[in-house]
Design a protein. Structure first.
Lengths: 433, 137
């Protein structure tokens, strides 16, 4: 176990939570009739009590992340850049709208945590007429941020209430500028986690800031090679109860997004084996090869109605297949990964407790054969011990303590552990390794 | 004047693209160079984001015609590109080809200026006169 000596690391997911210390890791299904803290203390109270609050580190994906709606001018620039930044900040995207056609889009029925409006280089302007105001007036949202051309910023601020204006994410050479929007979204996510009633109580047991799980995972990627034999380029799949997260090496895309970091993230919001079970099945039913995969696995579609260990296993295998499909040219998304040049697939999360390496290899090989017509076999790596998550948490902890030392040295007062700023500070460090 | 330029499709011949960038800058254009290996949608999208006046596409390896057939249809989907000046140059056919056949064909595809195997400076002179005629400042 890699948790540093006397630290306890806790991850709260939408379906189960896990608790890991130096020589011990446990995982429990959540009881939704209880507050998270009570549930946790009932199931692992002894373990938790053995640690001082300053040695307990918690991350959470329990709320499924923030939802965003992006309104931009084009697929190749504004929408793509904003999508990239949002995913990397741990945010989910419920819809992307091309502004010129905004009147044709439906209005999201759920509350949107943040609307992102973007488009145009700074010297271009007058790009958003009142159709934007009309549309926004019908959307139920908590925050709205403008990261488009500077020319339009003032007029939009006057027209749209509570509009946050940040520097343009598209520079004058049409390149992406990530930091301002990324910090804003990461902080928003952070505030959301901290503000959630259920999560707030967890501060009773920790003296440290509670982070989002995808953020923790992304922290581990630069140093993943020290822990696993992973050959670049690779993808990391975290198939959860509600969503599936994919972190991938930048080398797998040929793209106009040029940034310094080596990895990006995408999330499939409705692809999971518990909370999102129904939509996973729906996706499978609409994939012409899923049926063949079931035959290959020697089951029928009746498995969808079963609630057994076997059914969970099959659903997880289906999830792997569907995610690979979604990232390949077969079902193009906002990015297509060059899966034939991928050398490793790392699996983390609950899936590693249910599927064996052979179960996984079987599906991966099926995908390559059926969809890509290839015998390519990327190495499969299973993170059965949650080492990736531990590594990410440990990276953050050591960054935070370095930052504290740096600050003390320069005479600058540090923020309290729960302060949002300490988070973006850690993030900046991570992008310039 | 803003110009979006680049080399279309899977074409990676980069030399002319670099020279084009330099020459356009020297002539006082504001240049947005998308480089080699650029797809048609990216050209149009870049024109929208920058508010470009001119789209100047290069093609060297023989892919030009296949892409050009899609120009009208794709461009029709954009509401703000009606005044975009469309120019293409390089090797516009597979093999040497005949400019007299090629030019009208490409004009039909939706280009205003067509330069088959015309050297860069001659082509840019053509652009200058076109602008003087159609967009006198
Ligand atoms: C160097 C070269 C390569 C290099 C490119 C290296 C690089 N990254 O740039 C390599 C070896 C990789 C290569 C590969 C290929 N090449 Co090659 N290549 C050439 C070569 C020898 C020189 C090109 C060059 O740089 N010229 C110097 C520049 C300055 O001139 P230019 O490109 O002609 O551009 C001038 C004008 O066309 C004009 N111009 C260009 N764009 C525009 C736009 C406008 C608006 C205007 C006004 C003017 C303009 O301005 C320039 C200066 O006057 C030419 C042959 C030749 N002598 O032209 C073949 C040539 C272009 N290649 C050719 C081919 C077929 C290929 C390959 C398909 C070969 C293969 N089978 O693999 C691949 C394609 C790779 C790909 N994906 O694109 C053919 C294209 C034939 C056609 N169109 O019918 C050519 C013409 C060779 C031939 N005669 O068959 N190639």
């Amino acid at each position: 176990m890699t948790a540093n000596d006397n630290r306890l690391l806790i991850d709260i997911g939408s379906t189960y939570f896990k608790v890991s210390s130096k020589d011990h890791i446990e995982q429990h299904f959540r009881d939704f009739n209880k507050r998270i803290l009570d549930d946790l203390m009932q199931k692992c109270g002894k373990t938790v009590q053995a640690f001082a609050p300053e040695n307990i580190h918690i991350c959470s994906s329990a709320n499924g992340g923030l939802s965003s709606l992006i309104i931009g001018l084009t697929h190749s620039y504004s929408l793509k850049y904003a999508t990239n930044i949002a995913y990397n900040a741990g945010i989910n995207i419920i819809d992307s709208i091309i502004f010129q056609d905004i009147e044709d889009y439906s209005i999201p029925s759920d509350l949107v945590d943040v609307v992102i409006v973007v488009g145009g280089i700074d010297s271009n302007g007058n790009l958003f007429d009142t159709r934007l105001d009309t549309y926004l007036s019908k959307v139920n949202y908590s925050n709205v941020v403008y990261v488009g051309n500077a020319t339009d910023a003032q007029a939009l601020s006057a027209r749209i209430e509570r509009l946050t204006v940040l520097p343009n994410i598209i520079d004058n050479r049409l390149h992406i500028v990530e930091e301002h929007l990324k910090d804003y979204l990461t902080n928003l996510y952070q505030q959301d986690i901290e503000g959630k009633e259920d999560i707030k109580h967890l501060y009773d047991i920790t003296g440290n800031q509670i982070y989002s799980t995808p953020y923790i995972v992304s922290q581990s990627l630069p140093s993943i090679h020290g822990k696993f034999s992973v050959t670049d380029p690779f993808i990391l799949l975290d198939i959860g109860g509600a969503t599936t997260d994919v972190h991938y090496s930048k080398d797998l895309i040929s793209d106009n997004i040029v940034t310094e970091q080596g990895h990006d993230r995408i999330v499939f919001k409705k692809l999971g084996v518990y909370k999102s079970r129904q939509s996973l099945i729906f996706t499978a039913e609409n994939n012409e090869y899923a049926y063949e995969l079931l035959m290959h696995l020697k089951v029928t579609e009746n498995i969808y109605n079963e609630h057994s260990e076997k059914a969970t296993k099959i659903l997880m295998q289906l999830a792997i297949f569907l995610v690979l499909c979604k990232m390949s040219h077969y079902r193009p998304m906002y990015v297509t990964l060059r899966l034939l040049t991928m050398n490793s697939i790392v699996f983390t999360g609950g899936i590693t407790k249910v599927l064996t390496e052979d179960d996984i290899k079987d599906v991966v090989a099926f995908f390559y054969r059926k969809i890509l017509n290839s015998d390519h076999k990327p190495a499969t790596v299973l993170d059965t011990n949650y080492d990736i998550w531990t590594l990410g948490a440990a990276t953050l902890v050591s960054q935070a303590s370095h930052a504290a030392v740096d600050h003390a040295g320069s005479g600058v007062t540090t923020n309290s552990p729960g302060a949002v700023n300490s988070h973006s500070g850690a993030q900046e460090q991570s992008t310039c390794p | 004047m803003k110009v979006v330029t680049g080399v279309i499709g899977n074409d990676i011949h980069v030399v002319a693209n670099r020279l084009m960038d330099l020459s356009l800058n020297a002539r006082g254009y504001e240049v947005f160079n998308l480089g080699v290996n650029t797809y048609l949608e990216e050209f149009f999208d870049a024109a929208v984001e920058t508010g470009a006046d001119i789209l100047l596409i290069s093609s060297l390896n023989g892919e030009a015609e296949g892409w050009s057939r899609e120009v009208k249809m794709l461009k029709a989907g954009y509401q703000s590109l009606d005044n975009l000046i469309m120019m293409i140059g390089g090797n516009l056919s597979v093999g040497s080809g005949n400019a007299e056949d090629i030019i009208p064909r490409y004009k039909n595809y939706g280009f205003d200026l067509v330069c088959h195997q015309v050297d860069l400076n001659t082509g840019l002179d053509m652009l200058d006169s076109y602008l003087q005629e159609h967009r006198p400042s």
